[in-house]
Write a protein that binds this ligand. Structure first.
Ligand code: PMP
Length: 387
């Protein structure tokens, strides 16, 4: 081909790409200018269709953090001590090894070492589960409102996501509606128990009915707040091949920065998940820290006890101010601020107290994380001044 002909062909080809690149973003979500430049590759349609998810990620240090359901006093001091003891220049040079962590965690959770997957937070557990079981256009059922990452990863995979609403009046678990939505073709169901942000939960009997109906699906029960509710489906993995249970070290264990979690299921399932997981996604520090965290049971038990007492205090404070709230099984409570949800959040922030606006998904609602009684007294004092 001569130079002129090849130039013509190349221009035609580029022209076509320009057309496709400039058209697609208009049909879907707006994307940054850089993504529609001539040289940028075009994302998959599933990604173009997604709404951006951007939780606030800065400016939280030094404030009373009642916005992310973390442990408000931090992890056990023994975790830091153990990290210092174990870390060395040499250790950081070596790719992570998980044998000890896996063995100690399996013992702690009373499962076989083959029944658990160590993950980079629950988020990676959800991602690996979706990557293992969900294809383009597959039917995935989640609840609304709930933890955003179920829908997020299912959408990245190109799944067809159906959302079932929590019951409007009391935000209770919509068991019958969920059972109705599950089809023989459903590939995955994701449930937070207790749920974030409603704080409401479902019973083991309810979970068993879901597992039965969703026989062809991978059913994830995300127990990020288990320590506060005491309800767990973990034992059911022995007899239920479609059950996956996740736990996190980001909440009661106070290790959100470490990004560490576990996913439990029958050994054969864990073997599949393992194939779809990056081999070193959990870093060495997290793997070491988790071992120390589970050894300090007393620390976790004390914090849970404190949070449960503080939650009662908050309920009393809400009632005193005439604020409607939704009784919670977790370390956070949703309350109604009506039209003032966003101003209340902003005013509290100005006074050094962070809470999370949820009014975009439950009208007028704000979510407050429960910390110690002392912390919650401060929250209530500031709220009372504004109310
Ligand atoms: N699951 C639920 C229900 C949550 O609310 C959250 C945090 N907001 C997570 C999981 C996140 O867990 P991780 O930090 O382990 O990814």
């Amino acid at each position: 081909m001569g130079y002129a002909a090849s130039l013509r062909q190349s221009l035609r080809w580029r022209g076509q790409r320009v057309w496709r690149r400039t058209r697609a973003p208009r049909r879907y979500e707006p994307v940054p200018e850089t993504a529609i430049s001539l040289n940028a590759p075009k994302p998959r349609e599933a990604v173009q269709r997604m709404a951006p998810y951007s939780p606030p990620t800065g400016g939280r240090a030094g404030k009373l953090r009642l916005d992310f359901n973390e442990n408000t006093v931090g992890c056990s001091p023994r975790v830091i001590e153990y990290l210092k003891e174990k870390l060395s220049v040499g250790e950081l040079a070596i790719y992570p090894e998980y044998l000890d962590t896996r063995r100690e965690l399996a013992e702690f959770f009373r499962v076989a070492t083959t029944e658990l997957l160590l993950t980079n937070g629950t988020d990676e557990a959800i991602q690996v589960l979706v990557n293992t079981y969900v294809d383009d256009d597959d039917h995935v059922v989640v609840l609304r409102p709930s933890y955003a990452m179920y829908r997020f990863y299912a959408e990245v995979a190109g799944a067809s996501v159906q959302e079932i609403d929590y019951r409007r009046d009391d935000l209770s678990f919509p068991l019958e509606e969920l059972l109705d939505a599950i089809q023989p073709s459903t590939r995955a169901v994701a449930i937070a128990n207790p749920n974030n942000p409603t704080g409401t939960g479902t019973t083991l009997a309810g979970i068993e009915r879901i597992l039965k109906k969703a026989a062809n699906a991978a059913v994830l029960i995300d127990e990020a707040y288990f320590e506060f509710s005491g309800v767990t489906a973990l034992k059911l993995i022995e007899t239920t091949p479609n059950l996956f249970v996740s736990r996190t070290f980001s909440k009661v264990y106070g290790m959100a920065a470490m990004r560490f979690g576990c996913l439990f299921s029958q050994s054969a399932n864990i073997a599949w998940l393992h194939k779809a997981q990056s081999p070193y996604s959990v870093n060495t520090l997290a793997a070491i820290a988790a071992r120390a965290a589970i050894r300090d049971r007393e620390y976790v038990e004390n914090f849970v006890r404190e949070v449960l007492a503080a939650r009662e205090l908050v309920y009393v404070g809400f009632r005193k101010l005439g604020i409607r709230y939704y009784p919670s099984q977790a370390n956070f409570v949703l309350f109604e601020a009506g039209e003032r949800a966003i101003p209340i959040r902003d005013e509290l922030r100005n006074r050094g107290v962070l809470v999370r606006d949820r009014s975009y998904e439950i009208r007028g609602c704000v979510r407050v994380t429960i910390g110690t009684r002392q912390q919650m007294e401060r929250f209530l004092t500031e709220l009372e001044r504004l109310w």
